[in-house]
Design a protein around this ligand. Structure first.
Ligand code: MLT
Length: 416
C-alpha cells in the first residue's frame, strides 16, 4: 500500500519545526490549561484589535448591498483589482513621491501570500539573500520550493545568504560580499522594528543595479513610520523601478487582518532573464501567475480598501495607527525603565528587546508567560541572529498593554 502512495514534496521535510505562530499558540494553550485562572495578555502575533473604522465599514456594507441587487451585482472582477482601488493606490504613491502607475499594481488578499508566492516566478538556482532575523515566510517558501538545501543545527539553510541584523550593526543589513540574485528586505522591519534609511536604500538599489539583482521590498508596515524624511517606498529611490518589487498591505494599517486586502507593485520595466539570456518582463510573469491562480479580491473588500484611501478613511486609519504607536511608546519606555535594552517601536509596531541574563529567547518566552502571563515572540523563531532577542507587538488593547508593562516591571525586572 505505502509503496503505491503518491510521493510527497520532500522539500517540506527540510522545514524547521512548525510555523512560528502555531507553535506559540500551542505553548500558550498548554499553559492556559494548566493555569485556568491566569489572565494571559497576548502581545505575540502582530494582529490588530481595533475594529474597522466606520468609513471603511460603510463602504464594505455599500459594496455588499450592490452585490445584492440585480442592477449592481458583479461576478468575477479583474484579477489585478478594480481600477477605482488601483487609482487610489497610485495616487497615494504619488503623494509619497514614488512613481507607480495604476497597471504596475496587483491587488491581492494579503502580503503574506504575495511575499510567499513571488518566488515562483524565479528559477530554482537563483542565489537568495535575506536578513537574519527575518519574517519566516520568505525562508520557508523558498525551502518548500527546493531552493535552499538542508538546514544546519542553527537552522540556517546552506544555499541561502544570510545578512545579520543585530544591535552590533544597528540592525542595518550590510551588502552581500559577492553576487546574489534576489534580496528580501523588509522596512519598517518585522521583527526588529528598525527602519532603513534613505542612504541605505540607495546603496541597495545601486548594488541591485550593478549585480542585476531584484529586491523584494516588503513595506507592509510603512504606515507606521512617524519620523518625517524617512522613506516609505523603495520607489522613492531613483533607479529602483528596474530592480525592485514592493509589497504593501492594509492588514496592519487599516485593520484588514481578517478582511484581507493587500497589493504588490511590479514596475513594467523590471525584467529577469530566460534560459537563453534574453530579458523577460517580471510583470508579465506575475500577471500570468496571478490570473491563473487567483480570481481577485472580493468587490466589497476592494470598496472598503478604497475607502481607507479616502479623506475620512485616512483620518480614521491614522487614529488607529496612533493608538498602536502610543502602545509601542508605553512598551518601549516601560521596559527601558525596568532595565531592558529595547529597540524598534518608534517607526514600527514591534518592540525588539535584548533577553536579559544570558537566557535563550524561548527561556524568556516561558518566563514571561509564567511570571507575567504575557505572550511575546521569541527572537530565535525569526532566525539564529534573533537568538537572545524577543519581540513584543504593539497591537493590543491599551489596558492590556499597560497591565503587561506593569506586570513585567513588577515580576520580571532586570537589574543589569
Ligand atoms: C507577525 O506577527 O509577524 C505577523 O502577524 C505575521 C504576518 O503578518 O503574517
Amino acid at each position: 500500500m505505502v509503496g503505491r502512495m503518491p510521493r510527497i514534496n520532500t522539500h517540506y521535510q527540510k522545514l524547521r519545526a512548525g510555523y512560528l505562530f502555531p507553535e506559540i499558540g500551542k505553548r500558550v494553550r498548554a499553559f492556559a490549561a494548566a493555569h485556568p485562572d491566569a489572565r494571559i495578555i497576548p502581545l505575540g502575533i502582530g494582529d490588530v484589535v481595533l475594529p474597522l473604522p466606520v468609513p471603511i465599514v460603510d463602504a464594505l456594507k455599500a459594496g455588499a448591498e450592490e452585490m445584492g441587487k440585480r442592477e449592481t451585482f458583479r461576478g468575477y472582477g479583474p484579477e489585478q483589482g478594480y481600477d477605482f482601488l488601483r487609482e487610489a493606490i497610485a495616487a497615494s504613491y504619488r503623494e509619497q513621491g514614488a512613481q507607480v502607475a495604476l497597471d504596475d499594481i496587483f491587488v491581492s488578499d494579503g502580503s503574506k501570500c504575495d511575499t510567499a508566492n513571488i518566488q515562483e516566478i524565479f528559477a530554482l538556482d537563483n542565489v537568495i539573500a535575506l536578513t537574519d532575523p527575518v519574517y519566516p515566510v520568505y525562508v520557508d517558501t523558498n525551502v518548500m520550493a527546493g531552493r535552499t538545501g538542508e538546514a544546519d543545527d542553527s537552522g540556517r539553510y546552506g544555499k541561502l545568504v544570510y545578512l545579520p541584523t543585530t544591535a552590533e550593526n544597528g540592525f542595518e543589513p550590510t551588502l552581500p560580499a559577492g553576487h546574489v540574485d534576489i534580496i528580501y528586505l523588509c522596512s519598517p522591519n518585522n521583527p526588529t522594528g528598525a527602519v532603513m534609511s534613505r542612504a541605505a536604500l540607495e546603496r541597495w538599489v545601486a548594488y541591485a543595479r550593478k549585480e542585476a539583482a531584484v529586491i523584494l521590498f516588503d513595506a507592509a508596515y510603512e504606515a507606521f513610520i512617524r519620523e518625517p524624511g524617512l522613506v516609505h517606498s523603495i520607489f522613492q529611490i531613483p533607479g529602483s523601478r528596474d530592480v525592485a518589487i514592493e509589497f504593501r498591505s492594509l492588514s496592519k494599517s487599516a485593520g484588514f487582518t481578517g478582511t484581507r486586502c493587500a497589493f504588490t507593485v511590479i514596475p513594467k520595466e523590471l525584467c529577469g532573464r530566460d534560459a537563453g539570456g534574453g530579458p523577460v518582463s517580471l510583470h508579465s510573469l506575475w500577471n500570468r501567475r496571478h490570473t491563473t491562480k487567483f480570481n481577485g479580491t472580493s468587490y466589497p473588500v476592494q470598496k472598503a480598501a478604497a475607502a481607507a484611501f479616502g479623506p475620512e478613511g485616512r483620518r480614521a486609519v491614522q487614529a488607529n495607527i496612533d493608538y498602536y504607536m502610543e502602545n509601542a511608546r508605553l512598551i518601549r519606555e516601560g521596559l527601558s525603565s525596568a532595565g531592558y535594552r529595547v529597540y524598534g517601536g518608534q517607526n514600527a509596531p514591534y518592540i525588539w528587546l535584548r533577553v536579559p541574563g544570558g537566557m535563550t529567547s524561548w527561556d524568556f518566552f516561558d518566563r514571561l508567560l509564567a511570571e507575567a502571563n504575557v505572550v511575546g515572540t521569541p527572537g530565535s523563531g525569526f532566525g539564529s541572529c534573533g537568538e537572545g532577542y524577543f519581540r513584543l507587538s504593539a497591537f493590543g488593547w491599551r489596558e492590556n498593554v499597560e497591565a503587561a508593562v506593569e506586570r513585567i516591571r513588577t515580576n520580571c525586572r532586570w537589574e543589569p
